[in-house]
Design a protein around this ligand. Structure first.
Ligand SMILES: Nc1ncnc2c1ncn2[C@@H]1O[C@H](COP(=O)(O)OP(=O)(O)OP(=O)(O)O)[C@@H](O)[C@H]1O
Ligand SMILES: [Mg+2]
Length: 159
């Protein structure tokens, strides 16, 4: 979770992390497939498994856009099940919405579910710790505390 003041590079860094993940995965795959190395079958399986565990794609979605999709009845399941996502501007969205008259909390549910399923999630946020707890409640906070490294961006805005 990359959090802090506005305009100081959180989204840029999140995208750079995602690109790096994908590059490392692709490079590792190239190396494993390279016929110049003679890798025995056990090592090959081991390497394949390690590469398989790395995400092959990373979805990028703004929290406000996710809420808009949920409100419009569009499916957001791809963002719940995808092996890796960047959820940008977490805390900017309306955390509670009405869907056919019932209250729903799409971002809270998404974060809880992804945490429970150990899926890679990168959050960017301007939200403070206190506001985080007030908005999302203790269930989500305990998951965020357990599963996320919090990286504070306290430099000035680049804008
Ligand atoms: N390390 C950097 N050096 C110079 N410019 C940067 C750097 N990181 C980001 N920028 C530029 O600063 C601007 C703001 O960056 P970015 O959108 O990543 O900030 P942010 O922290 O996500 O902002 P917000 O809190 O408003 O979402 C962009 O124009 C980006 O290109
Ligand atoms: Mg941003």
């Amino acid at each position: 979770m990359l959090y802090g003041g506005v305009g100081n590079g959180k989204t840029t860094m999140a995208r750079a992390i995602a690109r790096t993940f994908l590059r490392v995965r692709n490079r590792a795959q190239e190396l494993v497939n390279d016929t110049r190395w003679r890798i025995d079958n056990n090592t090959q399986d081991c390497m394949d498994n390690k590469i398989y565990c790395m995400p092959s794609s990373i979805e990028f979605i703004k929290a406000t856009e996710l809420i808009r999709m949920a409100r419009d009845g569009a499916s957001i399941s791809k963002y719940i099940t995808s092996p890796a996502i960047i959820l940008d501007d977490f805390g900017e969205e309306a955390e509670k919405i009405l869907i056919y008259g019932s209250e729903a909390k799409p971002t809270t549910d998404l974060v809880n579910e992804r945490c429970d399923n150990l899926k890679l999630t990168i959050l960017t946020s301007n939200i403070t710790d206190e506001a985080l707890e007030l908005r999302y409640g203790t269930r989500t906070i305990s998951r965020v505390d357990q599963r996320f490294d919090r990286i504070n961006f306290d430099n000035r805005s680049y804008r």
